[in-house]
Write a protein that binds this ligand. Structure first.
Ligand SMILES: Nc1ncnc2c1ncn2[C@@H]1O[C@H](COP(=O)(O)OP(=O)(O)OP(=O)(O)O)[C@@H](O)[C@H]1O
Ligand SMILES: [Mg+2]
Length: 256
């Protein structure tokens, strides 16, 4: 069911692609999968920022420009995640470097295991070039009209590009009566929801602490949902940890 190169995409920006790429990556790794998370947002990259790593000798820009072999751009984050970061330098934005989808795909294919590509948002030329380089897509949205209408577009374009749409991750779910319901999102997008991640301030705290939430607060609701998604994508049965209520209570008592 799962191909190797998976794009984490969205129409609207800021909906939770990077959070999903990082935490799904770690959850897959915990299952024994070999995973690389690639920051393909070359203009406003923030994968490294969310992981608290800012300075890289080699970045995706060096690979895209042909200066470096992709294997030289791999970084091992202390949390155990293997990443390919994008440069944070404004100078690199000024060069106007554009990803070439054929070359990018060829490069990504040199990586072993599952490759999660944190894509640029929207339907710009850059976003489409990156999308062309992947096999499958996971579409991230929030349960509101602006994000879902943009998700509809990105799903249509992914399908036009013959990409396999694995499904939708609805992030920042609060269950209020002024947000779109899961069934409504599935009907509008004509794609299944494969994960619902709740709105939770633990996400912001984990970013502040520069740690992925699945590591920072492993029993929090978002962490459990990222693990459930990793099991689903790799056809494994998921069982919630036992005594979850007490484990969450313990995490809270410890100050998370
Ligand atoms: N489930 C959540 N609960 C609370 N806050 C969240 C949640 N998910 C995301 N956020 C907040 O939204 C911000 C944006 O998330 P993220 O960086 O993953 O979005 P993105 O889609 O990658 O954005 P961009 O399109 O700019 O790359 C986070 O920094 C965090 O503050
Ligand atoms: Mg992002």
């Amino acid at each position: 069911m799962l191909s190797r190169i998976i794009g984490i995409v969205s129409g609207k920006g800021g909906v939770g692609k990077t959070i999903t790429a990082i935490n799904l990556g770690i959850a897959l790794q915990e299952l024994g999968e070999q995973v690389t998370v690639v920051d393909a947002d070359m203009t406003v990259s923030n994968l490294g920022v969310q992981l608290g790593t800012f300075s890289f000798d080699v970045s995706l820009q060096d690979v895209v420009s042909g200066k470096e072999h992709i294997l030289n751009s791999i970084h091992h984050h202390p949390m155990g995640l293997t990443i390919i970061p994008s440069s944070l330098s404004v100078d690199d934005v000024y060069t106007g470097l554009k990803p070439n989808s054929k070359k990018l795909r060829k490069d990504l294919k040199k990586l072993k295991g599952i490759v999660l590509v944190d894509c640029p948002p929207g339907l710009t030329d850059d976003a489409l070039s990156v999308m062309e380089a992947v096999d499958d897509v996971i579409v991230v949205t929030n349960p509101d009209m602006p994000s879902v209408t943009d998700a509809i577009k990105v799903i249509k374009i992914s399908r036009d590009l013959k990409k396999n749409v694995l499904g939708i991750v609805v992030n920042r779910v609060q269950g209020t009566n002024y947000e779109l319901r899961p069934a409504e999102i599935e009907i509008m997008c004509e794609a299944p929801i494969i994960s619902k991640i709740p709105e939770d301030k633990i996400i912001k705290r984990s970013i502040f602490e520069e740690m992925p939430v699945v590591k920072y607060s492993p029993y929090s609701k978002p962490s459990i949902e990222f693990r459930r998604l990793a099991h689903y994508l790799t056809n494994r049965a998921f069982q919630e940890p036992r005594n979850l209520f007490f484990k969450r209570l313990l995490e809270k008592l410890r100050g998370f």
